[in-house]
Design a binder for this molecule. Structure first.
Ligand SMILES: Nc1ncnc2c1ncn2[C@@H]1O[C@H](COP(=O)(O)OP(=O)(O)OP(=O)(O)O)[C@@H](O)[C@H]1O
Length: 304
């Protein structure tokens, strides 16, 4: 039997007065997936996350966790790193982590052991008795990440987790996220950095103006939005007449991108190049980046 989705959002709606922040959004997230929750500023992502974490309730619609309608006990299985960090500045680092882990149901002994283990992973074990406010911003962020994962949640929700981290610490956090994922934790990752989404996520849901406008596997979505562009690397010269047949864009030192027009196929281009005895080094279709897909989708909807 296939396991139920870790999260299924069924027509969730959230309004603030007249403002419809989440407009009947539905999607499913396979268990242990890494899902990118994307959308422009004000799209409704935080409002949706707050419903998934039971901080707020939908006005209508239902959210299911592992096949069960969300209830008060599910938050202990969720770890949420919000974009606005919320540690108590005067508390000591170790004491703070133990306190937060106990709120998630760990015994004092387990909470203490886990806090030590996680701090050591981030080279922060020497900070146990320091007040949070004496840590750098990046270190505070790592402590908050530890607070998010310390109870070994089944679902992690991370809002811009890498912001403010140097490359070494960002890589370390990324490795920990991937390790948790490999051990069966589902991850919802919200960011405006599309290259991070391409690196980490297999699936995305794109929200715009409160509505789910695009969802699916990243690779399939990029393929769906391909627009007949090819990249050619070649030795020697191109035939002088190529410009009359094909639209050359983006010359780079190693080659050229070619935009085909209606009625032209990649095979037409390849055949032409072979007939003209071009020395082909590389010939491949260019897929749009997720960034290009995002901009195209969001601006189309704004214009519509
Ligand atoms: N507490 C609130 N009261 C009134 N309106 C709100 C409240 N929270 C959010 N909104 C509105 O709901 C809409 C969605 O906001 P939300 O914070 O969910 O967007 P977001 O996608 O997380 O944006 P960002 O990427 O900028 O963080 C916005 O128009 C926002 O102004």
């Amino acid at each position: 039997m296939t396991p139920p989705p870790i999260i299924r959002v069924d027509k969730a709606r959230k309004t603030y007065g007249e403002k419809v922040a989440v407009d009947d959004v539905s999607f499913s997230m396979p268990p242990d997936a890494i899902l990118g929750l994307l959308g422009p500023n004000g799209a409704g992502k935080t409002s949706l996350i707050r419903m998934i974490t039971t901080i707020t309730a939908p006005d209508s619609g239902t959210i299911y966790f592992n096949g069960e309608p969300l209830s008060g006990y599910h938050p202990t299985q969720i770890g949420y790193l919000p974009e606005e960090r919320g540690l108590y500045k005067q508390m000591y680092v170790g004491e703070h982590l133990v306190y937060l882990a106990r709120l998630k149901g760990l015994s004092k002994a387990d909470a203490t052991a886990q806090a030590h283990e996680w701090l050591a992973k981030f080279d922060l074990d020497g900070q146990w008795t320091k007040p949070v406010e004496e840590l750098s911003k990046g270190m505070q962020q790592q402590v908050q990440f530890i607070a998010t994962v310390i109870h070994n949640p089944k679902l992690l929700i991370l809002d811009e987790p890498f912001s403010g981290l140097d490359p070494v610490n960002a890589t370390r956090m990324r490795q920990e996220i991937l390790r948790l994922h490999a051990n069966g934790t589902g991850v919802i990752f919200s960011t405006h950095r599309m290259e991070q989404v391409e690196e980490l996520c297999e699936f995305i849901v794109l929200i715009n103006q409160g509505k789910n406008i695009l969802e699916g596997k990243v690779a399939e979505i990029r393929r769906r939005f391909q627009d007949n562009k090819f990249h050619l690397e070649f030795g020697g010269d191109l035939p002088p007449g190529i410009n009359e047949r094909f639209r050359l864009i983006n010359h780079t030192p190693s080659g050229v991108d070619i935009q085909l027009v209606a009625g032209q196929t990649g095979n037409d281009l390849l055949r032409y190049l072979l007939d003209q005895h071009v020395h082909i080094v590389t010939f491949r279709e260019l897929l749009p980046s997720l960034n290009e897909v995002f901009i195209k989708q969001v601006s189309t909807k704004v214009e519509a």
